[in-house]
Design a protein around this ligand. Structure first.
Ligand SMILES: *Cc1c(COP(=O)(O)O)cnc(C)c1O
Length: 388
């Protein structure tokens, strides 16, 4: 008899979700707690502490927004941007584009600083835009552009926007725990992430943090936060309430227990600097393996985002057909290109437990087979990367 509940077991090496370890799945399946149970309060407190460690921040407010990474983006804009605010937005990929759209929908005036998809933005161009014209209320950049596999340098950005009394806002969805990032050192005032990229939890929560400068702006708002669900003033009574947690919405309790386990794996069991270094090695080993198969990285040296390898597909390959066979015949998921890069690149996740030699061997061997190439040289390059 066929089990109608059976799902295929895939190796998730795309742009997310990433592979979820057994320990996290087991945590997800623990008995459901109520969101006002003191035992669950302890879970939320521990998540706050672990998030501060993962983000390298002392911000008191650090909690998971109940929703995917995009809910974190919307929470940031709904709370911190008011109609008429000028916001400088770095746009060099899909996620910067989305942020520009999101800010405009909330009545912000978007000042776009654009760059080529596949390159980092010149920090000086962002700094110049911040200094030009009326003072912007905020500067926003994507730390890890998942659409292009590019890491954005943050040097000098916080000082520039703080000189003009604005906020420095960051999307760290893909970079969190996979690419070096120290939030306080970078001067970030608010940031959001997602549970299903380098943290290896299922999709559904958006780690989120705001510092004092951002909270001041929230308190000084002339207009109410336009989203009831994402209004930080209301949510903080649950997350950070004086004398206890007050009901706002039902926290997704099992998901938070799973996220806690994923965070423990990342920052307690492994330790952040070791984890960053492992992601770098994994990225470079896989880059070299695919180079042996004729694929070159989209990002130039020094601009690659360790958790996401975006590589150009050589001419003459039906890339969508190969990806489909990888998924259906080998149970391996990788991602194609988005927007102007559709049909031109593959995007391979190097995230958490996916940033390891064994899953990469499976992918490289399967890809070589489906491309009709010998895997020998590529596997040798992979092994050399891991033994270096
Ligand atoms: C995945 C991602 C998002 C959106 O997160 P969802 O969980 O899909 O809503 C936002 N920004 C970046 C950089 C991402 O990689």
């Amino acid at each position: 008899m066929t089990d109608t509940n059976a799902l295929p077991e895939r190796l998730l090496l795309g742009s997310g979700p990433s592979p979820v370890p057994e320990r996290v799945l087991a945590a997800l399946a623990l008995p459901t707690l109520g969101h006002l149970d003191p035992a669950f309060g302890e879970v939320m407190d521990e998540i706050g502490d672990l998030l501060r460690q993962a983000l390298v921040t002392e911000n008191r407010v650090a909690f998971p927004v109940s929703g995917t990474g995009s809910a974190g983006m919307e929470a940031m804009v709904a709370n911190l941007i008011e109609p008429g605010d000028r916001v400088v937005v770095g746009v060099h990929g899909l996620f910067g584009e989305r942020m520009a759209d999101e800010i405009a929908r909330h009545g912000g005036e978007v000042v776009r600083v654009e760059g080529e998809w596949g390159r980092a933005l010149d920090p000086q161009a962002l700094i110049d835009a911040v200094h030009d014209g009326p003072a912007p209320a905020a500067l926003f950049v994507v730390h890890g552009e998942t659409s292009t596999g590019v890491a954005q340098p943050l040097d000098g950005l916080a000082d520039a926007i703080h000189d003009r009394d604005g906020l420095f806002l960051l999307d760290c969805v893909t970079s969190l725990t996979g690419h070096p990032l120290r939030l306080d050192e970078a001067g970030v005032d608010a940031a959001f992430s997602g549970s299903q990229k380098c943290l290896n939890a299922p999709p559904g929560l958006a780690p989120f943090t705001v510092g004092d400068r951002a909270l001041e702006k929230l308190r000084a708002r002339a207009t109410p936060v336009p989203s009831w669900y994402l209004d930080l003033n209301l949510i903080l009574a649950y997350v950070d309430g004086e004398g206890g947690r007050t009901y706002h919405h039902t926290a997704p309790t099992n998901m938070n227990v799973a996220l806690r386990e994923a965070l423990r794996l990342a920052v307690v069991d492994e330790w952040l600097p070791t984890r960053w270094e492992r992601h770098r090695r994994a990225h470079e080993a896989l880059r070299d393996a695919f180079a042996a198969l004729g694929f070159t990285r989209l990002a130039p040296d020094g601009e690659g985002l360790h958790p996401l390898l975006a590589i150009r597909v050589p001419d003459g390959i039906d890339e969508a057909a190969v990806r489909k066979r990888l998924l259906l015949d080998h149970d391996i998921e990788i991602s194609g290109g988005l927007g102007p890069l559709a049909g031109k690149v593959w995007r391979i996740g190097v995230m958490g437990v996916g940033a390891d030699k064994a899953p990469q061997e499976l992918l490289v061997a399967a890809a070589a087979k489906e491309l009709g190439l010998n895997a020998g040289e590529a596997l040798a390059a992979l092994h050399e990367g891991w033994s270096a």
